[in-house]
Design a protein around this ligand. Sequence first.
Ligand code: HEC
Length: 111
Amino acid sequence: MRSILLSLSLVLPVHATAEEALALDPSLVQAGAGHFADSCASCHGAEAGGSSAPDIRGAIPSEVARAARGMDQMPPVALDAGQAEAIGAWLMSLDPDVARIKLDFEAARAR
Ligand code: HEC
């Protein structure tokens, strides 16, 4: 688990604070919405609020990258780091309060 997080931090930018990470670039958010519609909405719902797969509003980029490698019930989805970052930006924009808690937790673990 630790080595997965470490290798993720090499791929995804590590933001100094949750506030910095949540100062989202609107064009990145918009790109993420498009990638989500293409690759994720069929299971997670058009607004990420859940369908055959769970509600993932507020998920952060590292969670997107991890899930895309495949999980118990979720098949792997081919995403590059930029797409994972963009989808994460869109999901964070849908529930910034949840995203802030996750980012703070991730930062605390990395310390
Ligand atoms: C074929 C259906 C399917 C597709 C397509 C899909 N997912 Fe999932 N996803 C699931 C299911 C089912 C789960 C529930 C967790 C599991 O696998 O047991 C899940 C779980 C997740 C989780 C939660 C992981 C956690 O920590 O619990 C995230 C985040 C996620 N998916 C993101 C995505 C993203 C982003 C995409 C598009 C790139 C995507 N999923 C596409 C079915 C799907």
